[in-house]
Design a protein around this ligand. Structure first.
Ligand code: NAI
Ligand code: MG
Length: 360
């Protein structure tokens, strides 16, 4: 039975990068034998502006039953409803309970980092993906007046904090087996948010006790931002809350070459559901020009393959992307001069070479 992949190209540069990601996936599975069946859903701004629909219920049910969702980006300057993205992307993350957001930042080639002395950066941000202020509890009172009050509640549950920290320790253990340092850095702001983040502290103390063999440290989020720039090599697995993970992962991706190359996975390790997407948004100013970097989407495809059990395919894609980055056969943002499709062609050529040198 093929895996059923629900594809949501979405808005802006989303469709351009997802098209290239699918080309790469189709090439690699010829060598590894995985069977993927892609079905495209035209959800996004175009549909919303025409029909007012964001995710109609029957489509939501189909997305829910897919083996994985592969998404481009959501966001369009023509859509004025501030809840539009939340009702599409956050709805999928929340209602499918995709509580882990994995955002790896790996220096693909020396020279891509803006930092003076960094030679290796290879870390993963493990972002809690279903809580904090993003849940949308709150309201406004006396809106538009001088007495206005705006409240957005910061939700942290025992269950949510425990499962994400435990996942991070597991990941560190797994990474240690594959030659990484295997160290957990828990990031919070418990010195100021002493109710909500005291929970993160107490859970961290328990998780450390459960896994004494894993090296673990704690940093406040402001110090973590500073250390990411000062000494990124100290980080391996960074576990943190929804909002801090959102911010620190953008910072981390810039340290390894920029948003255009950054992939992410939203997963539920219990149900095995997953949504895979580049970290970047719809970059409207780049849309339709053929200049968007497809690498974030391509690497998100690799994360999807790994999640579906095709480790060899994922590794081959990552190897091919690293080779093209070293050769600067990339789009402009990574120092090359290629268009979106030419950058994907470079990855495809590499893959063909890797594939033909390996037994099926
Ligand atoms: P953005 O990530 O779309 O773009 C920021 C800048 O990063 C771009 O102007 C461009 O210079 C660069 N960039 C991003 N992706 C690139 C790529 N593939 N190749 C080359 N350069 C790239 O963030 P922005 O401008 O804040 O948001 C634009 C829209 O996207 C908004 O509507 C926002 O809400 C939405 N958004 C959606 C996300 C998602 O779907 N997961 C995530 C972030 C923003
Ligand atoms: Mg973000």
């Amino acid at each position: 039975m093929p895996f059923r992949i629900a594809v949501i190209p979405g808005d802006g540069i989303g469709p351009e990068v997802i098209t290239q990601g699918i080309r790469v996936l189709k090439e690699v599975i010829q060598h590894t034998g995985s069977d993927l069946d892609f079905e495209t859903y035209d959800l996004g701004a175009e549909r919303y502006l025409k029909t007012g629909e964001i995710i109609p219920d029957p489509i939501f049910a189909e997305l829910q039953s897919a083996d994985a969702i592969y998404l481009g980006a959501v966001g369009d300057p023509r859509v004025k409803d501030p809840q539009y993205a939340a009702r599409l992307l956050l709805r999928l993350r929340f209602e499918l309970d995709l509580w882990v957001n994995l955002r790896p930042s790996r220096l693909l080639a020396p020279g891509l980092t803006p930092l003076r002395d960094a030679s290796t950066i290879d870390l993963v941000v493990v972002r809690e993906n279903t809580e904090r202020a993003y849940v949308g509890i709150g309201g406004q009172f006396k809106r538009g007046t001088a007495d206005e009050i705006a409240i957005q509640e910061d939700i942290n549950t025992r269950k949510g904090v425990e499962r994400i920290q435990r996942y991070a320790f597991e990941l560190a253990r797994e990474r240690r087996r594959t030659g990484h340092r295997g160290r957990v850095t828990m990031v919070d702001k418990s010195n100021a948010l002493y109710h909500a983040h005291d929970l993160w502290q107490r859970v961290f103390a328990l998780e450390r006790q459960r896994a004494p063999e894993i090296e673990a440290e704690h940093l406040f989020v402001d110090a973590a931002a500073m250390q990411l720039v000062k000494d990124p090599a100290r980080f391996d697995v960074v576990v943190t809350s929804n909002m801090f993970g959102d911010i620190l992962s953008d910072l981390a991706s810039e340290l390894v070459g920029g948003l255009g190359q950054a992939p992410s996975a939203n997963i539920n390790p219990d149900t095995r559901r997953g949504l895979f997407e580049p970290v970047h948004g719809s970059a409207p100013k780049h849309a339709g020009k053929g200049i968007a970097n497809p690498v974030g989407a391509i690497l998100a495809g690799a994360m999807m393959l790994r999640h579906l059990g095709d480790e060899a395919g994922a590794n081959q894609i990552e190897e091919a992307v690293m080779a093209t980055a070293r050769e600067r056969r990339t789009t402009k943002d990574l120092g090359g001069d290629l268009t979106t499709s030419a950058a994907a062609n470079a990855v495809l050529e590499r893959l063909e070479r890797i594939g033909s040198s390996r037994p099926l």
